[in-house]
Ligand binder design. Structure first.
Ligand code: G6P
Length: 369
């Protein structure tokens, strides 16, 4: 096992550090900015069903559900196809309206999650095109679907998903870009800008990982708290949900993810000096609004840990801690901003002496309802 960890203390840390490579692997052979091309072979065969779809429904569980939410932002923003994202377990039992004009995408690392599999079977029986975004080759979901795209991340051992999440988001990004191209919903110039930027993401992830020591230091300060609030807006709202889930899963600290603006409708009542608030503030749009959300937290003595772009000033001046990450095009910001949140939960769990790779009560693959 020590050999398999390749010198890292835990599989989770190894998998976090693998992400520059696994994101590249998820893109390999599928994108060429020189040729101005994005190709997802699995989708090409059914391209007509996708471009004519009334809507795309994404079903998933856990971390995969969060990548699905980012998929919703990506596909609606870039390709202008309506998207709904549902927990597979809710979808399958609520008598959903679904027909042959819908495309249902299942996202699953293991390809074996019972609820996701059952949701797909239901969608298939109603005539929808069913598509998989899966890591495990030859898994039940991969076999059931009409078509799909593997994320090619290699085996993920840590129960708390990290590299599979960024692999899923990468494939969803390629899907959105490919559909945007087919539907001409974005300009050629913007398409080209996005492609060139996407090719830079692996090295930007590498750069983001360099904050590791600083994050370890912040972890020591937060580890004694019993609650934490994660905030984000737009593309970074699902990242807040994922950050909170990571913390819960491995450190057993209660955490909630919230859209930053929604804070005033509830969580703000909880904020005092005992509430760390982790804010992802790398958005280009609505940036001013996020600054004012942070001011609201500071005014109530909440402890702010902010993820910002290099050179940011307004939040940096008032936050307790900032983690600087490289700037990118907004649709790609989750691929960078989730990295510090993965590391933060990892270091907090290590500080607390928890079993990082095999947290209590959780399973890597949930094959029962
Ligand atoms: C379990 C795992 C999570 C995972 C979820 C969905 O809860 O512990 O890490 O996100 O299942 O799994 P899947 O394999 O379908 O992505």
């Amino acid at each position: 096992e020590a050999l398999e960890k390749e010198g890292y203390d835990h599989f989770m840390l190894k998998e976090i550090y693998e992400q520059p490579k696994t994101i590249l692997d998820a893109m390999r052979g599928r994108i060429s900015s020189k040729e101005s091309r994005v190709i997802l072979r699995g989708m090409e065969e059914y391209a007509n069903r996708f471009v004519r779809a009334n809507r795309i429904i994404i079903v998933a569980c856990g971390t995969s559900y969060h990548s699905g939410l980012i998929g919703e932002y990506l596909i609606e923003d870039l390709a202008r196809i309506p998207v709904e994202v549902e927990y597979a377990s809710e979808f399958r039992y609520r008598n959903p309206i679904i027909n042959e004009h819908d495309v249902v995408i299942a996202i699953s690392q293991s390809g074996e999650t019972a609820d996701t599999l059952a949701a797909l079977e239901l969608a298939k029986s109603k005539g929808a095109l069913i598509y998989g975004i899966v890591n495990s080759v030859g898994s039940s979901i991969a076999r059931l679907t009409d078509a799909g795209s593997y994320i090619h991340c290699g085996p993920e051992i840590g129960v708390a998903s990290t590299k599979a999440f960024t692999g899923q988001v990468t494939v969803l990004t390629l899907l959105a870009l490919s559909l945007a191209r087919k539907l001409s919903t974005i300009s050629n110039t913007y398409f080209q800008t996005l492609l060139s930027e996407l090719e830079l993401i692996p090295q930007k992830v590498e750069e983001t990982l360099k904050s590791s020591d600083h994050i370890k230091y912040i972890a020591k300060e937060i580890k004694g708290h019993h609650n934490a609030l994660y905030l984000g807006r737009g593309y970074n709202f699902p990242v807040a949900l994922e950050g909170a889930l990571k913390l819960k899963e491995i450190s057993y600290i209660h955490a909630e993810g919230y859209p930053a603006a929604e804070m005033k409708h509830g969580p703000i009542a909880l904020i005092d000096e005992n509430m760390p608030v982790i804010v992802t503030a790398t958005n280009r749009s609505a940036y001013e609004k996020i600054v004012s959300n942070v001011q609201e937290v500071v005014a109530r003595k909440g402890r702010v840990i902010a993820i910002v772009n290099k050179g940011e000033q307004a939040i940096t001046r008032i936050a307790d801690h900032v983690i600087e990450i490289p700037d990118t095009e907004e649709p790609f910001s989750p691929l960078l901003s989730v990295i510090p949140l993965q590391l933060l939960s990892y270091y907090i769990a290590v500080e607390l002496g928890k079993n990082v790779d095999q947290p209590r009560n959780l399973a890597k693959s949930v094959t029962v309802e």
